[in-house]
Write a protein that binds this ligand. Structure first.
Ligand SMILES: Nc1ncnc2c1ncn2[C@@H]1O[C@H](COP(=O)(O)OP(=O)(O)OP(=O)(O)O)[C@@H](O)[C@H]1O
Ligand SMILES: [Mg+2]
Length: 528
């Protein structure tokens, strides 16, 4: 696909029209310009994300490995829910465009009418115009992967397509295939509309936001404009995430917003995908449901939590693969069971618990994942969501909705990992101090050796009691700089290393004066 840069906007692709297998989709440039329909197999292949990983990474120092754990969060394992969602989106998008074929007389008429009637887009009249739009709502508990799946799926489509000519008919248009907005925290319509214009401006290089602000337009007027822009930009799919925030709207606010959505869906004919946690059910079950039932909807999709079956096996296996502890721990039924029990199969928690467990195992030098570690880190880090996890076990969505205020995103695993990184730094410091102690001892020993012109062997040197060396030896060191140092002397080693562009640390480590942290018995005592 050839990419073009829209002036002041984003990157778009040039339309390439593909012959359609399905007759309903033929002769519609908006549909023909979309990527081909693909089989579920291809969907899985395209939306899955398995970042690079190599077992040899286990051998790297712990403080590097802690950073690698972050890679775990990139994994995306397609689940049956993702396939269902892809199917719904793919259909909604195309069905939405059927009724908005730019060569259809109706579309032109609508533009004309709207223009001449001024603010005539009818915000209340919801049961006329286009054939049933195919929007739907997607409900699922926090952390189940609604946003992650959606993002993977919409990225199968280019966001902007540029049309210039369709079968020798000039067609100069931008087609915005999808747009994803987040419902503002306070559920305000104004906030959402501003977000809409800002996004369109970013994509198409327009200045709608500025115009709207300058005109000090009322919410109603802005809604009309939004309808126009949706039509103008041939928007294919409007996704609104975090719809549960509507329950925070001022009284009447959520109703107004929902009414607006329904109107957009029905009058403009754009499929709407509303995404939220179970808390949104109450909002969506008011007038909204009634309105949508009348107009026919694409059906709602409720993502149930992942049951402990093959789906869970699939998820845990794909995540478990990314393990950076020195000792490999294969996934056993027991470990899988413990993971499920502690996280109730919520992918977000699974990743966090697994990541923290690895960080803990690396940090403590245990370097192995055990059920005890998993339970321990889950207990310590998931305190906030315990009531929700308990509710999940009941499998009652209303019960779960009660705990919806607990946002899983608040469990900040990054904090834990950062703490781990810091404690590792601290450990290194302890080690550095130990090494410094050794260095002083060694310096003293060398003095002793020189004084007594004793043997070179390191083993023998170690037996010399450092406290026999008098402090005044320190004072003499400066003068002795010129003296030929024996090859075991750390000053000699450091000097030699300098010639090879090595740091003092590297040189000393090479000859074994600095031992690796993991093999230092003392480190275990420091950490326990
Ligand atoms: N199928 C999956 N495979 C791998 N990781 C997943 C999967 N689904 C979700 N995740 C991970 O779980 C985390 C949370 O997912 P996401 O943000 O999509 O949840 P959500 O349902 O949108 O939650 P919220 O309602 O709080 O917005 C992300 O880090 C995501 O990578
Ligand atoms: Mg989300």
């Amino acid at each position: 696909m050839k990419e073009v840069m829209i002036p002041n906007g984003s990157i778009a692709v040039e339309a390439k029209y593909i012959e359609q297998v399905i007759s309903d989709y033929r002769g519609n440039p908006f549909i023909e310009a979309l990527p081909n329909l693909i089989s579920p197999h291809e969907v899985i292949e395209k939306i899955a994300v398995y970042p690079k990983y190599h077992k040899s990474e286990r051998q790297i120092e712990g403080y590097y490995r802690i950073h690698m754990i972050d890679r775990l969060f990139q994994v995306f394992q397609p689940l049956p829910m993702s396939l269902e969602l892809e199917n719904k989106i793919s259909r909604a998008l195309r069905q939405g465009y059927i009724s908005r074929n730019p060569f259809d007389r109706k579309l032109g008429e609508d533009f004309y009418n709207e223009y001449h009637k001024g603010q005539a887009i009818n915000l209340t009249n919801i049961d006329e115009d286009y054939s049933s739009p195919l929007g739907f709502s997607l409900i699922g508990i926090s952390g189940i992967g609604k946003t992650a799946s959606l993002n993977r799926i919409i990225n199968l489509y280019p966001q902007i397509i540029v049309h210039s000519k369709y079968k020798d008919i000039p067609l100069s248009m931008y087609q915005v295939v999808w747009l994803k907005l987040e419902c503002p925290f306070d559920g305000s319509i104004k906030g959402l509309i501003y977000e809409f214009f800002t996004e369109i401006d970013r994509l198409l290089g327009t200045n709608y936001y500025e115009k709207v602000m300058r005109a000090r337009a009322t919410v109603d007027a802005m809604m009309v404009m939004m309808g126009q822009v949706v039509r103008n930009s041939s928007l294919g799919l409007l996704i609104i995430d975090e719809i549960q925030h509507l329950s925070m709207a001022k009284s009447g606010g959520s109703e107004k917003m929902l009414n607006f959505f329904v109107t957009l869906g029905n009058a403009v004919g754009i499929p709407l995908v509303l995404v939220g946690t179970p808390k949104a059910i109450n909002v969506l079950q008011g007038d909204f449901r009634q309105a949508r039932r009348g107009s026919g909807s694409g059906g709602d999709m409720v993502c149930n939590r992942i049951q402990k079956d093959e789906v869970w096996d699939l998820l845990i296996k794909s995540i478990w693969h990314y393990q950076w502890t020195r000792t490999e721990t294969p996934l056993t039924d027991e470990l899988s069971g413990v993971m499920y029990e502690e996280t109730q199969g919520i992918p977000d928690l699974v990743k966090k618990v697994y990541a923290i467990a690895q960080a803990y195992a690396i940090n403590t030098g245990k370097e192995k994942i055990t059920s005890q570690i998993i339970r321990k880190v889950a207990k310590e880090n998931l305190k906030l969501v315990q009531p929700m996890i308990t509710a999940l076990k009941t499998n009652n969505i209303r019960e779960i909705a009660k705990f919806d205020d607990i946002n899983l995103m608040e469990i900040n695993f990054k904090d834990t990992i950062t703490r781990t990184k810091e404690s590792i730094k601290l450990d290194l410091k302890v080690k550095e101090m130990m090494n410094k102690g050794k260095k002083i001892k060694q310096d003293n020993l060398n003095e002793e050796k020189k004084n007594s012109s004793s043997v070179n062997a390191r083993s023998e040197v170690k037996t010399v009691q450092p406290n026999k060396v008098e402090r005044k030896a320190e004072g003499r060191k400066e003068k002795d700089n010129q003296v030929d140092l024996n090859s075991e002397d750390i000053r000699f080693i450091v000097e030699q290393g300098k010639n090879d562009n090595k740091s003092a640390y590297e040189s000393l480590k090479k000859v074994g004066y600095i031992i690796s942290f993991e093999s230092d018995i003392f480190s275990k005592e420091v950490l326990e």
